[in-house]
Structure formats: structure tokens, C-alpha cells
Write a protein that binds this ligand. Sequence first.
Ligand SMILES: C[S@@+](CC[C@H](N)C(=O)[O-])C[C@H]1O[C@@H](n2cnc3c(N)ncnc32)[C@H](O)[C@@H]1O
Length: 301
Amino acid sequence: MTKSASVTAAESAVKNCYSTWADSYFRDYYTGAAYPPVHVDLVRRLLRDAGTRVLLDAGCGPASMLRGLADMGMDLYGFDLTPEMVEVAKQVVGQFGMPPEHIWQGSVADAASFCSAEMPAVDATICVGVFPHIPESIETDVIGHLRDSVRPGGLVVVEARNQLFGLFTLNRYSYELFSSELIRAQQLRDAGSAEVVDALLEELKQRFRMDIPPVRQGKSGEPGYDQVLSRTHNPFVLKERFEKAGFASVKAHFYHYHCLPPMFEQAAPELFRSASLAMEDPADWRGYFMASAFFVTGTRA
Ligand SMILES: C[S@@+](CC[C@H](N)C(=O)[O-])C[C@H]1O[C@@H](n2cnc3c(N)ncnc32)[C@H](O)[C@@H]1O
């Protein structure tokens, strides 16, 4: 499949964004983060329950997840779009005695990237932190590539940012969710009342903290996370897409709960952290609104 110019442009912006992040990403989001990486245990549980022996990590970054899985006795493989990430991932897996050829550069947008001469049939493929950067226009193709990467009966685990969390955050994300997904402002405007709709939307903004969260900038001139395509996903819609792609036993698993809207965190950080951690239950329905991230899992028929 030839990539469209807009997909190529989105990929190169994402590559640029992550190019300066390879050395610090693991520290920033795993070992040094204020909130512990609860998703690692969740992934370990999912892979163990599925009896995984051969694992592919599509968009492996600096082998951040692979480091947390290295003691499980699985045969590990991974690829990533960003050359700097691939370089660090090769070094890291080398420290665990894995051959560097188990890591390569590739894009989830290309079916060929999911193959390597070395790799036996894959029992499970994980894809963590990558879907925010996938243009909507190719998402169905990417889900198909993930499905085809595992053997029949194999497991696919995709992580996404929870769009419905915007119903709880009362900030800029809430306004985006209200105006573009729930109200569908453009349809109302098209129905012939553009001025009224725009005035009401301005009024709606007053109900939310539009100044938070701050826009994440790059470190040295490259675009930051919020300056490249970084979509959120509706768990109901992503589950449907998995089902349409032919996956069986499709489920959502929520994590990174917030006991209060995040703007209250600074007022009581210890309480916020401990009460949020106590809520971590991937199957709790409150996750649809109070968890900032989720996994969708499905098995290839
Ligand atoms: C948020 S990081 C997550 C890294 C790792 N999976 C983890 O969970 O720590 C996102 C990673 O996805 C990679 N990525 C973005 N778009 C990609 C694509 N189309 N194909 C493969 N990797 C991609 C980036 O280079 C970056 O390393």
C-alpha cells in the first residue's frame, strides 16, 4: 500500500517528536513518573493468561514495555518508527541477552514491518502508545495488520487514550469532546444556525478550564506530544472496530484512574495518588470516565 502524503507527513512529524526522547522516555514515563506504570502489570497478566511464548511489540519505543516483560520467559521482538528509539531498544534488549536483530525499524502502517525472517509464529502482539499517532484514515488497515501479525487464536493488545475521560476532566478535553463528538457543532451550524451555535459554544467554553492541561512542547525545537497528531479514542468505537476486523472476545481494560478530576491533584497530591491507585480495576465501569487510558484486547479468529 502506498502511503498518502498526509500519512507520510504525520509519520515524519511523530518521528521528529520522538527523536529527542529515546534516552529519557523510560525514566519520564516508567521509573520516574509520579504515578506508577500500572499498565505493565496489566499487560503481564493478559500475556500470561493467554499463555504467550512469542511476543511482538509494535511501536516498542526504547523497549520500555519489553524491559518489564523480559523475565517472563517469552521470545521477544519489537519494531518502532523512530530510528533513535530503535537504537536505544537494541542496546536495552542486548543487556537482557537478546539479539539486536529482534528489534527493527518499521511502521504499523506497513504490513511488511510486522515480519522478520528470524521471527516464529507470533502468539501475541502489543501496541502501546502508538494509536494516538495513527491517522483515522488508516486505522482500519493498522488493525488489520495487527490481526494478521498473530497466529489464529493469538492475542492483540492495543493501548489508547480514553476520549470519554473528557466527561470527567472539566477542561479543554471536555470542551473538545462536547463540541466535536457529542454536540457535533458542525452539523448544527450546517442546519442553518451558525451564529447562534458559535455563540453558545463560546458560552460553553466558560463552563470548562480551557487553560489546562498545558500543551506539551518539544525539548529543542522539535514538535512536542500535543503538537503532533495525538488522538484520543472512544472505547466503544475502538471495540467495534476490532469486532468488525474479525476479532473474537473483544474487551476494554481501563487503567490510570483519577479519583477526582486531574485539576484537583495539586491540592492533595498524596490522597490523589493513593485513592486513584486503590481504584485501579480494569473491569470497573467507572473506567469509561475516570481512567485516562485503556487497552482493547481481542483474539484472532
Ligand atoms: C508513547 S511512545 C510508546 C513506546 C512504548 N510502546 C511504550 O509503551 O513505552 C510511542 C512510540 O510509538 C512509536 N510510533 C509512532 N507511530 C508509529 C508507527 N506508525 N509505527 C511504529 N511505531 C510508531 C514512536 O516512535 C514512539 O516510540
